[in-house]
Design a protein around this ligand. Structure first.
Ligand code: GLN
Length: 491
């Protein structure tokens, strides 16, 4: 096993820039690691060996030619299979897009390429990003490198597991209700959901358009910030993209790493530190709160009374938007087509295709959403949920008048055994109890490892006001400076 796979992205970029290692060498080390462990982890749906080595060679050529390299040039990155990649399979974890090779790159992937990062391949995910364990992938589950019999979180379990298994130093996720932060928490890695509109949705296969937010995953806070800086910022091709520069997340991560939080006021969310969480999770969280106080932060309790309605509101809003977005998968425009034997009507072919192409959870969401939006029920369900969304936003606004950022455990429980929650959808939905309010509000949130419970990682979540992403990086980096990073037992 090459020592190169243990390096942070920052270290890799430094060595490549100085010519002390080559991008090709680094890329090959990660491809070798994937070949050695991914049959057990199953973080990847597709490994683009040729594309990765070609991209790495270009970086090395540019360095030899004396060109200025960006801060992440030569660093391998794994991309959640929800983002389109030109000519490279993009399945969204679904059979309905099996074999589809998009004709264009998503903005995020385009920016990764422009920055000289090396895309290793596409990572496993719950079908259409609906799930909390990666067990709803049509291509089989991903396994948590801490314990291969446990889930790596979801929906972006592949992106998180790839980091924890040292298959990639950086990865990209997407967070609609927690799918970056929750996998980060249960794999002992860092996952950041940027402000909604702070990262482009162009080329992100839509699940719930008012919530979907692509973002960075890494093993350290600084690496996540560097990746955030590269992928973030205004994109005219996304109508909800915010026309402002990325907040100084890298500067904030560096400031936080000095371990000084003097003058920073943090609010512990009362509603998320009660009986909803496992004792081991709460214990690790409480220890971290003490650590943050020792670094100079002022800690207060803040009540956000409407957060308890976030989960039900989300499970009306997200399925409603998904029922509309997923109408485009009709067996005509993309991927799978079933039953087109010349004798069937268009409607029959569409329904056979959707019946065969979508898994059970996706069908459940489409049905809930269609029901919630139907005339006669619209006001009672979708309309009510939107009102709750407003109340949750008001809770955040009121909280941020008192404190700089809110903190809570990222998840109520640590990684659970594969199969433990698939029989009851509600048990699965509970995994996102603490992450969903941030999505409904639209602000940024980060999960940073804060300790272990029974030998499994626990994450602490920092939530900040919209476009104050830098604040959450400062707090997360400060905590990391005292608790360190977390390494799973050797695979
Ligand atoms: N687990 C949540 C869901 O199933 C969140 C998913 C996500 O953030 N993509 O909808």
């Amino acid at each position: 096993m090459s020592e190169l796979i243990k390096l942070t992205a920052t270290e890799i970029a430094g060595l490549v820039a100085k010519g002390e290692t080559s991008a090709v060498e680094v890329t090959q080390a990660h491809l070798d690691r994937i070949a050695a462990v991914d049959d057990r982890v199953h973080a990847f749906l597709h490994v683009d060996t040729e594309g990765a080595l070609a991209a790495a060679r270009r970086v090395d050529e540019r360095r030899v030619a004396g060109e200025e390299l960006g801060p992440l040039a030569g660093v391998p990155v794994a991309v959640k299979d929800v983002l389109t990649t030109k000519g490279v399979p993009t399945t969204v974890g679904s059979k309905i897009l099996e074999g589809w090779r998009p004709p264009y790159d998503s903005t995020i992937v385009q920016r990764l390429r422009d920055a000289g990062t090396v895309m290793l391949g596409k990572t496993n995910m719950d079908e259409f990003a609906m799930g909390s364990s990666t067990e709803y992938s049509a291509y089989g589950p991903t396994h948590n490198p801490w314990d291969l019999d446990r889930i790596p979180g979801g929906s972006g379990g592949g992106s998180a597991a790839a980091l924890a298994a040292y298959e990639a130093p950086l990865s990209i996720g997407s967070d609609t209700g927690g799918s970056i932060r929750q996998p980060g928490a249960v794999t002992g890695t860092v996952g950041a959901k940027p402000t909604y509109g702070g990262t482009s949705r162009y080329g992100l296969v839509a699940f719930s358009s008012s919530l979907d937010t692509p973002g960075p995953c890494a093993r350290t806070v600084l690496d996540a910030a560097l990746l955030h800086q590269v992928i973030g910022g205004h994109d005219p091709r996304d109508s909800t993209s915010i026309p402002q520069p990325v907040p100084d997340v890298v500067g904030a991560a560096k400031l936080g790493a000095t371990g000084d939080l003097t003058g920073v006021k943090l609010g512990v969310v009362t509603e998320f530190t009660g009986e909803g969480a496992e004792p081991g999770v709460l214990a690790a969280f409480r220890e971290s709160v003490d650590a943050l106080a020792k670094l100079g932060a002022e800690i207060v309790e803040v009540s956000c009374p409407h957060f308890r309605y976030a989960l039900p509101a989300y499970y009306l809003i997200a399925p409603s938007e998904c029922s509309s977005n997923l109408a485009r998968f009709d067996g005509v425009r993309f991927g799978l087509r079933v039953g087109d034997d010349g004798n069937r009507s268009l409607e029959e072919v569409m329904s056979l295709t959707r019946e065969a192409g979508f898994g059970a959870e996706v069908k459940r969401r489409i049905m809930i959403g269609t029901y919630a939006l139907s005339s006669g029920y619209y006001d009672a369900y979708y309309g009510q949920a939107q009102k709750v969304r407003t109340l949750i936003t008001r809770d955040f606004t009121a909280a941020f008048e008192q404190v700089d950022a809110l903190i809570s455990p990222t998840t109520p429980f640590v990684a659970f055994p594969i199969g433990a929650r698939t029989a009851d959808p509600y048990q699965m939905y509970l995994a996102d109890l603490f992450t969903i309010p941030t999505n409904l509000y639209g602000g940024p949130g980060i999960s940073v490892p804060c300790g272990l419970s029974d030998g499994l990682p626990v994450g602490l979540q920092v939530m900040a006001p919209t476009m104050a992403d830098d604040r959450m990086y400062r707090v997360a980096a400060a905590l990391e400076s005292v608790v360190g990073t977390f390494t799973p037992p050797a695979l």
